[in-house]
Design a protein around this ligand. Structure first.
Ligand code: NAP
Ligand code: ZN
Ligand code: ZN
Length: 370
């Protein structure tokens, strides 16, 4: 396939690096297609990374199809990035050329608000973090994600990746991993906790793995009977088919904590009733429509309905180190970039076991870079 330079980015204030092959959504209604972007030339605090693998998150679909509103096109999705450092700026102290490196959902934040100062940059309120794609950096330039061959990021937003783990299977930790690890840690899920995980997709299977690793009793909820055996292999103590009212009723009033990773609108009332007194149901899934809350189900058990967004840089590194120590990675299906639209279609049919990861080598060959 020939590379089409559909978009020549406007001049940035910094000198431009070489053109970079990518895949992009040019609009909410068109498939992901070949595209060319320009990465900034590394500044003193920047790390330049050759991207090797990039995970495919359901948030990529929500944003490429503008389901949350406000999407910026052309859009190069991808925020589960792993690769190798090719060069570093003169002031960089944490990375050197040749190191493995990861980039998640954020590439910068204000660094001065209370949330940034407390290491919770994902909740930066000034006005918000600079997202890896579909965002704007401090110069107002649109950010482009990991469906591309290279990226340039300030070293404070780059993660160290262990060489002990399979590199491709590590990529999904940068979003699916931290997004599930962070709330489980925040609400002290561990030994003695009865944990429910709703949805067995990219996030759900990581929540299940972490819950199991932390010593919780994990009950996996799924709408897909063909995932039951896998859920048990992944560490679930019990599996509930959530469409079976009898199976659901057996767990009424018993959960300490439920993590909701479902990507589409669904009935949370059915799960709130499964919480114990003072139990918490935490949303990480981000459906494009508001969910309706049956208030008496909350009042009747002093329950909390909560939400959690990705995780800070410090905690993301902690999660990656925990994974390296405990041998935890994502279960992946590797795809060439040319299959990205099929991967989206399959994810929308809940047909992913359990994360697609793009082999960026396929993009390099596509663009004649290999
Ligand atoms: P995914 O791999 O597509 O998995 C979603 C799973 O949800 C599906 O596999 C399916 O599991 C279940 N599901 C889908 N539609 C359903 C429906 N109508 N009713 C009930 N269950 C349904 O998606 P993902 O990448 O894990 O992302 C999940 C959600 O989290 C997305 O909305 C994404 O945008 C969001 N997200 C949020 C954050 C954050 O910071 N909070 C970060 C990343 C992603 P079963 O087959 O087991 O039923
Ligand atoms: Zn994500
Ligand atoms: Zn901030």
């Amino acid at each position: 396939m020939t590379q089409t330079a559909a978009y020549e980015g406007k001049q940035t204030k910094a000198p431009l690096a070489a053109k970079t092959a990518a895949y992009a959504a040019l609009s909410a209604k068109t498939p992901i297609e070949p595209f060319v972007i320009e990465r900034r030339a590394p500044r003193p605090n920047d790390v330049a990374i050759e991207i090797l693998y990039c995970g495919v998150c359901h948030s990529d679909i929500h944003q490429a199809r503008d389901e949350w509103g406000g999407s910026i096109f052309p859009m190069v999705p991808g925020h589960e990035i792993v690769g190798r450092v090719t060069s570093v700026g003169s002031a960089v102290s944490k990375f050197k050329a040749g190191d493995l490196a990861g980039v998640g959902c954020m590439v910068d934040s204000c660094r001065t608000c209370v949330n940034c100062l407390e290491g919770e940059e994902q909740y930066c309120n000034n006005p918000h973090a600079v997202y890896t794609y579909n965002g704007r950096d401090k110069d107002g330039e649109v950010t482009f994600g990991g469906y591309s061959t290279s990226v340039v990021v300030d070293e404070n937003y780059v993660l160290h990746i262990s060489d002990k783990l399979d590199l491709a299977a590590t990529a999904p930790l940068l979003c699916a991993g931290i997004t599930t690890y962070s709330p489980l840690r925040h609400w002290n899920v561990g030994k003695g906790t009865k944990l429910g995980v709703m949805g067995l997709g990219g996030l759900g299977h990581m929540g299940l793995k972490f819950g199991h690793a932390f010593g919780a009793h994990v009950v996996q909820f799924t709408t897909s009977p063909n995932k039951v055996a896998d859920a048990k292999k992944l560490g679930a103590d019990e599996v509930v088919i959530s469409t079976d009212e009898k199976q659901m009723a057996e767990h009424a009033g018993t959960f300490d904590f439920i993590l909701d990773t479902i990507s589409a609108p669904h009935d949370i009332g059915a799960y709130l009733g499964l919480l114990k007194r003072d139990g918490v149901l935490c949303l990480v899934g981000a459906p494009d429509e508001p969910l309706s809350v049956p208030v008496f189900t909350l009042l009747g058990r002093r329950a909390s309905l909560a939400g959690s967004g990705i995780g800070g840089i410090r905690e993301t590194q902690e999660m990656l180190d925990f994974c390296a120590e405990h041998g935890i990675v994502s279960d992946i299906e590797m795809i060439p970039i040319q299959k990205i639209n099929d991967a989206y279609t399959r994810m929308l049919k809940n047909d992913v076991k359990y994360r697609f990861v793009i082999d960026i080598e396929s993009l390099k060959s596509d663009a004649g870079e290999a």
